[in-house]
Design a protein. Structure first.
Length: 371
């Protein structure tokens, strides 16, 4: 895409950046606060991230359209957001609770039919755990889901597992939920919490998507016994991350950013060996066949472009072109031949939700039910 590419909301990138949800990472909090949206997104990319190419692309346009159109505030009590979703056919309601961390937001179709039951999508925001439920409303997940399906959305204000389960328990008796089709999606720190919530409560979900996060929790947080239970129950997973994330999640065969995540136990991998260890544990938990460390290390020389981008071996690999951007997608099947795991990597994408990838995530999740 050339540098002259223009679109309606391109000015969004020059808008003032307002930090409603401070980042969870200490290293980011200690950096100077970005003054513009462009500066904010630039710091979410690695050293090879091309911010100008991103802004001057259909992907940059799609992200800007979502962010510029949503009426963000520093409060989940947001009448303008209620109107925003009403115009899109959904009723938005803020559910205050006795404790601030137990509050949550719901989105339900305005034209709900009598006795209609719908899939429930639980959305977990990033940044500090005690943040804004509405932080996920402009991410693109809701928009991509409702293009394809009618659904109920539950968005906890506090992302820790106990608070997410509390919000789900409160939603169960009052919202029209099909309990066989409950999914949890999180991004960044919310991805780590979505994964931990799914792994510790696998019977509650049909599938899960820890996005903008590494492939599996560290063994100190998710031990062998926990993963064996998840494998036995059968819980498919979809992991999305950008190729140019500052965390360097993909490719798996290159060094990542080493740090300790949630609960002080979820260590994030720094070396390819550590990344492949978590990759193999994710395969195991999702019921897929193992791939040896030797085969993992050969991924760098694989001629398939999707496997090269992800640095991941095996699976059914394909490159999909959306918003003029390459999306590497690899699907892995369980030992019984059914889908078990999908990984998605998007070219020149920083630590930001790609709307097109959000659509690919939902297309994978929506095929599963918890019987």
């Amino acid at each position: 895409m050339n540098q002259e590419y223009s679109y309606k909301n391109k000015e969004f990138w020059n808008r003032q950046f307002i930090d409603y949800c401070p980042p969870a990472r200490k290293e980011l909090r200690e950096q100077p606060v970005p003054q513009t949206q462009k500066e904010h997104v630039r710091r979410l990319g690695d050293s090879d991230f091309d911010i100008e190419a991103f802004i001057n692309s259909k992907m940059g346009e799609a992200v800007a359209d979502l962010q510029a159109g949503y009426p963000s505030t520093g409060n989940d009590v947001n009448p303008a957001a209620n109107l925003y979703w009403k115009e899109r056919g959904y009723d938005r309601e803020y559910h205050p609770e006795d404790r601030r961390e137990h509050s949550w937001v719901s989105l339900v179709p305005s034209d709900l039919a009598e006795d209609e039951k719908l899939p429930e999508v639980v959305l977990i925001h990033g940044g500090q755990a005690n943040g804004l439920a509405s932080d996920m409303e402009a991410s693109g997940y809701v928009h991509e889901v409702i293009k394809r399906d009618r659904a109920v959305f539950v968005l906890p204000a506090n992302t820790e597992t106990d608070n997410t389960i509390y919000a789900m328990d409160r939603a169960d008796p009052i919202l029209p939920i099909d309990k066989t089709r409950v999914y949890i999606i999180g991004f960044s720190g919310g991805g780590a919490w979505a994964r931990y919530t799914a792994l510790t409560h696998p019977e509650r979900f049909a599938a899960y998507a820890p996005n903008g996060s590494n492939l599996m929790s560290w063994p100190a947080l998710a031990d062998d016994m926990m993963l064996a239970k998840v494998r036995e129950i059968g819980l498919p997973v979809c992991i999305y991350a950008g190729l140019r994330e500052f965390l360097r999640i993909f490719p798996l065969n290159q060094n990542g950013v080493k740090f300790t995540g949630i609960l002080g136990k979820d260590e994030q991998p720094g070396t390819p060996e550590e990344k492949y260890m978590l990759f193999r544990r994710c395969l195991y938990a999702s019921g897929c066949s193992d791939i040896s460390p030797e085969e993992c290390m050969k991924a760098a020389g694989d001629p398939d472009p999707a496997r090269q981008m992800c640095g991941a071996p095996g699976g059914d690999a394909k490159m999909i072109r959306l918003l003029d951007t390459d999306h590497a997608v690899i699907d892995y099947t369980r030992e019984d031949g059914t889908p078990g795991m999908r990984i998605i990597c998007v070219d020149n994408m920083p630590h930001v939700v790609s709307p097109s990838a959000a659509g690919l995530v939902w297309e994978f999740l929506r095929q599963f039910k918890r019987y």
